[in-house]
Design a protein around this ligand. Structure first.
Ligand SMILES: [Zn+2]
Length: 222
C-alpha cells in the first residue's frame, strides 16, 4: 500500500516501506518473515499519509452512506510504552492501538506499528489506523448499525475505507497487500493486545472481514 501523495516526493511506488538507504539492496521485506530495519521517519510519514487518506475517504463518503454529517475524530497519534493518553480516566496500554470513545480520539503505540511494519511494510500501518478509525465510525452510527462482532466490523470498515481511498486516487493498493496483512496478523497473533485472538478473531477471520469491505464497500459492513 502506497500513499499516492508520497510518490510526488520521490518514494518508489513498488516497494512497501522502503528500507533505509544503506540497506536498499536487501530490499523487500515482503511476506517472507524477514524483518527490515524501520526508519522511524518513513513510518511516521506513512502514519500521517494513512490518517489523511482514511479521514478524506470518510469525509467524502460518510454522509452518502449514513445520511448524516461527518466529524473527524481527533488523532493523538503515537506513544511509546506506558506514556500514552488516558481514556475515560484509564491509562493507555503498551503495545496497543485504540480508539477512545469518551475522548473521541485515536492513539497507537509506535512499537506495535514497528512490529508489522518491519515484516511487511506500510500496509500494516494503514490497517491499524483504518481499523481504529472504523471504531470511530461505529461510535457515530446508530446502535443497530454496529455489529456484535465489533472488531471484525472494524476490520471490514478498514478494508472498505482503504479500497475506497484507492478508488478515489488517494492511495494505491498493491497486489498481495491483504495476504501480507494476513501473514502479519498470524505472525503477531496474541503477541499484542491488538492481535489477541480471543478479542479480535483469528488472522483468517480478520482477513476475511477486511476483504469483505474491500470487495463490498461500506454497505457490506453495516
Ligand atoms: Zn479494534
Amino acid at each position: 500500500m502506497v500513499a499516492v501523495l508520497a510518490v510526488a516526493c520521490g518514494t518508489p511506488t513498488s516497494a512497501p516501506a522502503p528500507p533505509a538507504e544503506a540497506t536498499t539492496t536487501t530490499a523487500e521485506a515482503e511476506s517472507t518473515g524477514t524483518t527490515a530495519p524501520v526508519d522511524p521517519q518513513d513510518m511516521r510519514a506513512d502514519e500521517q499519509a494513512a490518517v489523511k487518506a482514511v479521514d478524506t475517504f470518510w469525509r467524502t463518503h460518510f454522509a452518502e452512506q449514513f445520511g448524516k454529517a461527518y466529524q473527524s475524530p481527533r488523532v493523538e497519534g503515537g506513544y511509546v510504552g506506558a506514556n500514552g493518553p488516558r481514556c475515560g480516566g484509564e491509562p493507555s496500554v503498551p503495545f496497543n492501538a485504540f480508539y477512545c470513545g469518551p475522548g473521541d480520539f485515536l492513539a497507537w503505540d509506535e512499537q506495535l506499528m514497528e512490529a508489522g511494519y518491519s515484516q511487511i511494510g506500510d500496509a500494516w500501518v494503514y490497517l491499524i489506523i483504518a481499523h481504529e478509525w472504523g471504531h470511530a465510525i461505529q461510535a457515530r452510527l446508530n446502535r443497530d448499525q454496529v455489529s456484535v462482532q465489533a472488531e471484525l466490523q472494524a476490520d471490514c470498515l478498514a478494508g472498505a475505507a482503504l479500497q475506497g481511498a484507492a478508488n478515489d486516487g488517494l492511495i494505491e493498493i498493491e497486489p498481495g497487500d491483504s495476504e501480507e496483512l494476513a501473514k502479519t496478523l498470524a505472525a503477531v497473533a496474541d503477541d499484542y493486545p491488538w492481535t489477541n485472538e480471543s478479542d479480535h478473531g483469528n488472522a483468517q477471520e480478520r482477513t476475511s472481514a477486511f476483504n469483505t469491505g474491500v470487495q463490498g464497500g461500506v454497505s457490506a459492513c453495516a
